[in-house]
Design a protein around this ligand. Structure first.
Ligand code: ADP
Length: 357
């Protein structure tokens, strides 16, 4: 278990590419931190710098208050779990898990105890004699986790560990990793491009874009209070809706609709300016149910039936607006319907800075 910190960490690759820019983060002992963002945003680079597998160009990385910039990877007491498992194919599960401990010249009995405990925790005790080729993807990933656990590292680093698994197994392993974190109380840093994975696993989530931290927050805060348009759009499924609007004399104009915004002090500075509204699919309805709201006439374009709900894609003035609808309404594609927007749940974004207003 361990605390970690990044201070002004920067990575420029030899080809001049700036992969991570001024990364600052304090991680508490036992926290489950998720780095999330689109491919190429610098997640793996940051993780690899922490592991010591990548040199840092500038800044300081500390583990337990100690600067580790020049500490060898093997001496950082960190265990990494990768998406491709990286198991030794010629060794059975037991020996895969024992490998690092044998190298440390750990007592054989102690190795055996650790492996049996970890195998039980991960429910792979019946596979200890098997070679990796005789295991399913989920079982291999458990072995990879087991190999990390027996080392009793200060920190677990996980780089997209579930992305090779099918959807059902991914869900199962996600629950498993959550359970492991609760039992081991270890510090985990987990990299994924999947926002659902991030939301369900992280105590706190670090949203990255182009090597720059956009926001560090709890899943709920990221969802409810995104700092900018990127975070609002990246977190949440279906994606948040963005709708063009303009401000005039304490009123918000959405096409010809007028919304009273005298309560939104921040919008006063935007008089005679265009802004963007952000509103989530569950804050729009086919029924007039909101205390403070307005309606638009939208054309139904796609309906995705998920059983418990329908995700309805509509079009308004060339903009896509998505609703979550819990009633089976037998709408027809191309029909125009009134949709009601909950003005109390709207976010507003500056069209220039893309920051929340
Ligand atoms: P992510 O994990 O978020 O997908 P990475 O950290 O792997 O992103 O990469 C961040 C950026 O750095 C990308 O634009 C990638 O192409 C670039 N990059 C990664 N590794 C190298 C390298 N060895 N040399 C040059 N550029 C690299």
């Amino acid at each position: 278990m361990s605390s970690l910190s990044f201070e002004n960490v920067k990575k420029v690759y030899d080809n001049g590419h700036l992969a991570v820019k001024d990364f600052n983060l304090e991680i508490e002992d036992g926290e489950f931190i998720v780095f999330v963002g689109p491919s190429g945003c610098g997640k793996s680079t940051t993780l690899r710098m922490l592991a010591g597998l990548e040199e840092i160009t500038d800044g300081i990385i500390k583990i337990d208050e100690k600067i580790v910039n020049d500490v060898e990877p093997k001496d950082r007491n960190i265990a990494m779990v990768f998406q491709n498992y990286a198991l030794y194919p010629h060794m059975n599960v037991y020996n895969n898990m024992a490998y690092a401990l044998k190298n440390q010249k750990m007592d054989k009995k102690l190795i055996d105890k650790k492996i049996k405990e970890a195998a039980k925790l991960l429910e792979i005790d019946q596979y200890l004699d098997r070679k990796p080729s005789k295991l399913s993807g989920g079982q291999k990933q458990r072995v990879a986790l087991g190999r990390a656990i027996v080392r009793n590292p200060k920190v677990f680093l996980m780089d997209e560990p579930l992305s090779n698994l099918d959807a059902k197994l991914r869900l199962q392993m996600r629950t498993e990793i959550n359970r492991l974190h609760k039992e081991l109380k270890s510090t985990i840093i987990y990299v994924t491009h999947d926002q659902t994975e991030a939301m369900t696993l992280g105590d706190r989530i670090v949203v990255l874009k182009d090597g720059i931290i956009q926001q560090v927050d709890t899943p709920t805060n990221l969802y409810n209070n995104p700092k900018n348009k990127f975070v609002a759009g990246f977190i949440g499924s279906p994606q948040i809706n963005f709708i063009n609007a303009s401000v005039k004399d304490d009123k918000l104009y959405v096409d010809k609709n007028i919304v009273d915004i005298s309560n939104y002090k921040n919008l006063k500075n935007y008089n005679n300016k265009d802004i963007t509204i952000g509103i989530r699919a569950e804050d729009i309805s086919f029924e007039d149910e909101f205390e403070n709201g307005f309606s638009l006439n939208a054309k139904i374009s796609i309906i995705e039936s998920l059983g418990s709900e329908d995700i309805v894609y509509t079009e308004f003035n060339g903009q896509e607006i998505i609703l979550r609808d819990f009633k089976n309404r037998n709408f027809k594609i191309g029909d125009v319907h009134k949709i009601y927007l909950n003005a109390n749940k709207m976010k507003f974004f500056d069209n220039e800075t893309k920051e929340v207003i």
